[in-house]
Design a protein around this ligand. Structure first.
Ligand code: UT7
Length: 324
């Protein structure tokens, strides 16, 4: 029987044009560029303009991923959008993006795993493709976290930004794909930690959108161990070694977490793709944004083994290993 794999055909990222620097934030809350840069590595973040929505950012990233893949919107029959900041409570942002791209076939839906959303979305699309339910998927991480921040809370508002990233995944027979494709995945959640990072509103509780709340130092403590555990599991599932990884493309939340995970795994810091300085924590968008940056500047090349990982609200965390 023919075996199938999901192969990454193209990647694209998009950041809104408005930039908010650390110095800009220092005029809004009691903080400094020095504190933010030293504690997080973040220098600036991008903020969606009035009227610019998560779907707008997602569409822009999707078009870039399609261009990189040499494909047209109508080549896509599945759209999975990882977002915690959808345009509407319903319909899904995926269907809004489907309509904006002019796609009239297949299916689309949103997936909610907050900052880990892109890893969960890759896992979801991979399963649909390998099973033969769809042929080509747009997997998008898109967020407008600026809309759910409490701009008077210095412990959270300095950390996040808006943006989107997307990849095209294609079902291919293993014989055609060679060694390319999604090789290993590990997903975890543990709802006992839901109060460490959450939004204090929602349709069924407060009938409001709510604001992001985080016990940052507690999340930090969980992050390094849980991410390392997931990375080891994904690499083990693929029958590979940590030393086989060419590029480590982590969720961009905090430079100190990136460095600590790399150190714990014994990964050369040169292999770590870091874009956190440029856009802060863009939740589900951060992994594909970093992957797009490292692909566009020529670091990530066809045939490279790429490890993606993330942790966030839930807590939810995971890792995926992809030969691109
Ligand atoms: O994407 C989801 C996953 N999220 C994460 O991975 C985030 C994980 N957490 C973190 O990145 C870090 O914990 C933070 C960057 C959020 C905070 O860094 P920290 O080194 O853990 O600092 P802290 O929370 O322990 O706070 C240290 C001090 C506190 O003051 P006191 O109590 O020591 O007097 C805070 O009030 O820093 C203070 N502080 C600030 N000072 C200046 C908190 N925010 C700020 C600020 N500017 N913006």
């Amino acid at each position: 029987m023919t075996e199938f794999v999901s192969v990454l055909r193209g990647v694209g990222g998009h950041l809104p044009s408005k930039v908010l620097t650390n110095d800009d934030l220092a005029k809004m809350v009691d903080t400094t560029d020095e504190w933010i840069a030293a504690r997080t590595g973040i220098r600036k973040r991008h903020i969606a303009a009035d009227g610019e929505t998560t779907s707008d950012l997602g569409v822009a990233a999707a078009r870039k991923a399609l261009d990189a893949a040499g494909l047209a919107p109508d080549d896509i029959d599945l759209i999975v959008v990882a977002t915690a900041t959808p345009d509407y409570t319903f319909p899904s942002t995926a269907t809004v993006i489907q309509q904006k791209l002019g796609i009239t076939r297949g299916a689309g839906f949103d997936l909610q795993a907050v900052c880990s959303g892109f890893v969960f979305a890759i896992a979801t699309a991979d399963n649909f493709l390998v099973r033969g339910q769809f042929e080509r998927a747009l997997v998008i991480g898109a967020e407008t976290f600026s809309r759910i921040l409490d701009w008077s809370d210095r412990s959270t508002c300095v950390l996040f930004g808006d943006g989107a990233g997307a990849v095209v995944l294609e079902r291919q027979p293993k014989a055609q794909a060679g060694d390319r494709g999604v090789k290993g995945i590990h997903l975890r959640t543990d709802g006992r930690f839901k109060d460490l990072l959450y939004v204090d509103g929602g349709p069924s509780t407060t009938q409001t959108v709510g604001h992001l709340r985080m016990v940052g130092n507690q999340v930090f403590k969980h992050a390094v161990g849980k991410i390392s555990e997931s990375v080891r599991a994904a690499v083990g599932q693929a029958g590979l070694q940590i030393s086989d990884i060419d590029w480590f493309v982590p969720h961009q939340a905090n430079q100190r977490i990136l460095s600590a995970v790399a150190e714990r795994l014994g990964l050369d810091e040169q292999k770590v793709v870091s874009t956190v300085a440029e856009h802060g924590n863009t939740s589900a968008a951060s992994v594909p944004l970093a992957l797009a940056a490292a692909t566009e500047d020529g670091r990530v090349k066809p045939g490279d083994l790429v490890l993606i990982e993330a942790i966030g609200g839930g807590l939810a965390w995971g890792a995926a290993l992809i030969r691109v």
